[in-house]
Design a protein around this ligand. Structure first.
Ligand code: SAH
Ligand code: SF4
Length: 411
């Protein structure tokens, strides 16, 4: 593992340079243009009395050329550049660590917020195929998570706050930027081909910021990603799935993990509010939405394999029934343990038997490869560091300490 600690991000360095030429009286907090969608930028420029097309020019500078210093934006008049320098900034979250795994997985740890702030994590996973062309970035949407799924270490951190749009899209910006820094100019191409909103947090509970960020991902003046290559993963916030269907067309993944309500209530507590029948119906509505290319569309079903808990033959049978009328691909995720997790990982044989039952019934069912576990970058291992630890994190710590006492006294 190669770990590099940075004192400041390239964006900050450029920002400092920009600050040197700012008028001394510019004291109002600056507007960060990093997280603005095209529509928001257009409104921003119009409010400044400028032409709308400035939005696309600035978007290209930020997201395609990685320029954060307004003085370098050569197709913008000197006068407007000065105005922008005085009022605005372009700032990605600060990178405090970079970790490179033996298997090619990379992880960036970002500091968000003022002062010591909190840490969130972003992971780049290269495809394990011959070409290695696919590189998937797993992006976080919140610091911690309020939903407390029983097998997820992010949930054990409790919830601290939502990430801003700049902090969300800034993860993609920084992953691409750091690749640009590290490879020869002749080989430069954008490194990230796919994005999954599967890092820390529940993206549908930070809806507006996640929506703006995904709009920027799809925008031809920014990253121009295909809508099939941007996936939002949710544990099942039903009303927000319907809203998403209205607002944007991206791939949808559902963290299902259990084929019946009793078990899902235990593993994914939001199920008590939005039970399986409602969740499956929302997925069907999502696929049926006008304009969505339903003939080729499916939902990805994520299913973590917990030894002896949800991995038995009867669970596979129940899953078949549940998904009968939902075009879906199933991704089995071997459980990634974290300290004092109350579960174990299902055996390889058990996972393969589960897969066979689903495949034999005609489902595309894959087993997720565990990547980057030498740098704690595997699913559910993204814990970041919540500076102001919440009550849930304190309770979890207490439980772990009690377990230590029990273990010590019984040995
Ligand atoms: N909150 C969203 C997105 C982030 S979680 C959601 O739950 O979908 C990303 C994926 O990792 C989810 O499918 C989640 O259930 C899974 N995951 C969480 N903890 C895990 C663990 N310990 N081992 C394996 N997968 C885990
Ligand atoms: Fe939150 Fe997703 Fe983890 Fe559940 S699995 S606690 S929703 S991040």
């Amino acid at each position: 593992m190669n770990t590099e600690v940075l004192t400041s991000s390239p964006a900050q360095a450029q920002q400092r340079d920009a600050a040197l030429v700012q008028p001394q009286d510019a004291v109002a907090p600056k507007v960060n243009l990093m997280g603005m969608s095209r529509q928001e930028l257009e409104q921003f420029f119009e409010a400044m009395g400028e032409k709308k097309f400035r939005a696309t020019q600035v978007m290209k500078w930020i997201h395609q050329f990685f320029v954060t210093d307004f003085s370098l934006m050569s197709n913008i008049s000197g006068k407007l550049r000065e105005k922008l320098m005085a009022r605005c900034e372009i700032r990605a979250p600060e990178v405090v660590h970079r970790h490179y795994s033996k298997d090619g997985t990379r992880k960036w740890v970002f500091r968000v917020g003022d002062g010591a702030g909190s840490l969130v994590e972003t992971v780049l996973i290269p495809a394990d195929d011959k070409t290695g062309a696919r590189k998937t970035l797993c992006i976080s949407s919140q610091v911690g998570c309020a939903l407390d799924c029983s097998f997820c270490s992010t949930g054990k951190q409790g919830f601290q706050r939502d990430l801003t749009p700049a902090e969300i899209i800034g993860q993609l910006w920084m992953a691409n930027y750091s690749y640009m820094e590290e490879v020869a100019i002749a080989e430069r191409e954008r490194t990230v081909t796919n994005v999954v909103m599967m890092g820390m947090g529940e993206p549908l509970l930070n809806y507006d910021a996640v929506l703006s960020s995904m709009q920027i991902m799809l925008d031809d003046f920014a990253y121009g990603m295909s809508k099939r290559r941007v996936t939002l993963s949710t544990s099942g916030v039903v009303p927000k799935i319907d809203q998403l269907a209205q607002d944007i067309d991206v791939a949808l993944a559902i963290s299902l993990h259990a084929p019946n309500d009793a078990l899902r209530n235990e593993l994914v507590p939001i199920n008590k509010k939005y039970p399986l029948a409602e969740l499956i119906a929302a997925c069907q509505r999502y696929l049926a939405k006008d304009g969505h290319d339903s003939s080729r569309r499916h939902v990805t079903i994520e299913y973590v394999m917990l030894d002896g808990v949800n991995d038995q033959p009867e669970h596979a049978q129940q899953l078949l029934k549940l998904l009968k009328n939902l075009p879906s691909k199933i991704n089995l995720i071997p459980f990634n343990p974290f300290p004092h997790a109350p579960y174990g990982r299902s055996s390889r044989n058990r996972i393969m038997a589960f897969q066979k039952t689903l495949s034999d019934a005609g489902f595309v069912c894959t087993i997720r490869q565990t990547r980057g576990d030498d740098i704690d970058a595997a699913c559910g291992q993204l814990v970041g560091q919540v500076a102001d630890r919440t009550r849930r994190a304190a309770q979890w710590k207490k439980k772990v300490e009690q377990q230590h006492v029990i273990m010590r006294s019984s040995s």
